[in-house]
Design a binder for this molecule. Sequence first.
Ligand code: SF4
Ligand code: SF4
Length: 142
Amino acid sequence: MTDLSDSPNPCLTCGACCAFYRASFYWAETDDAGGTVPVELTEKLNDFRRVMRGTNQPHPRCVALVGTIGQSIYCSIYDIRSSVCREFPVAWENGQPNEGCDKARIAWGLPPLPPPTAHSDQPPHDPTTTTPSPQPPLPSAA
Ligand code: SF4
Ligand code: SF4
């Protein structure tokens, strides 16, 4: 789950990756070891790694995930989440696709996020001088 400077943030109507993947990270990222992630929200994976509770099971859902997937959802420890969560980019962040994002969304019946349209380098459209052409349907981000 990712933060975006531009709104709307598609992650806030998604949450699929937090209920699809195992969120594992280096054990010292928990707050009892000098890190930030509340240790009580995690469990031991092995001698080197811990996981977010709820994500190491056949039908994962992170214990820190609050809300309804595909509707309205957020990470309750967003500012102190682990590196694996911080480093998972939403598709098309910085112009790059993310198959992991697409895969999680598809698994939850959500369409992959569409790439951004190339419009920032176009001159502004003046509707008083030209006839607007029909707009193609845009895939929903929700
Ligand atoms: S699957 Fe993609 S859009 Fe959905 S919460 Fe994760 S990063 Fe955001
Ligand atoms: S800690 Fe937050 S970002 Fe990471 S898997 Fe859980 S809900 Fe998602």
